[in-house]
Design a binder for this molecule. Structure first.
Ligand code: FAD
Length: 117
């Protein structure tokens, strides 16, 4: 694996600054996919910007007209939210649509994994 630097900014501004530097820079969230890609050399960044310390990206909010998912919203939190389930049952009543059920044997993955796409 190629050596790379690692930064864990606390704000979006610092994250954008870190991502704007020289060379290839990639975002690291839960690492579910990224760590595997690093190990097999599919991605070889010069710097990895870990966004898990950025509070503003966490969680989700259910409003009267819209639902907002932060980039760090955890599938497990989304799946367990009764308010969200009442507002939009399709998002929580079909756990097989998420990685939650399939990842259950790997309990740690359930904690870190975030929705893709
Ligand atoms: C065993 C297993 C089962 C899986 N099952 C499913 C499944 O059922 N459904 C499904 O949809 N996916 C599934 N995935 C894929 C995985 O859930 C997604 O890749 C998810 O995005 C990983 O989240 P993470 O937070 O760990 O991201 P990471 O692994 O940290 O990052 C994944 C990629 O997204 C980029 N990235 C992450 N966050 C951001 C951001 N905020 N802005 C810009 N780029 C970002 C990273 O640079 C990287 O390229 C599975 C993966 C594994 C290993």
């Amino acid at each position: 694996m190629k050596n790379f630097s690692y930064v864990r900014p606390a704000t979006l501004e610092d994250a954008f600054r870190a991502l704007g530097g020289e060379g290839r820079r990639d975002v690291l969230a839960g690492g579910t996919t990224m760590v595997d890609l690093l190990k097999i050399g599919v991605v070889a960044p010069d710097a990895l910007v870990d966004i898990t310390g950025i509070e503003a990206l966490d969680g989700h909010e259910v409003g009267s007209e819209r639902i907002r998912f932060g980039a760090l919203a955890r599938m497990s939190d989304v799946g367990d939210d009764e308010t969200l389930s009442a507002a939009c049952p399709a998002l929580t009543n079909r756990p097989e649509l998420f990685a939650i059920e399939r990842a259950r044997p790997f309990k740690d993955k359930r904690i870190v994994e975030r929705a893709e796409g």
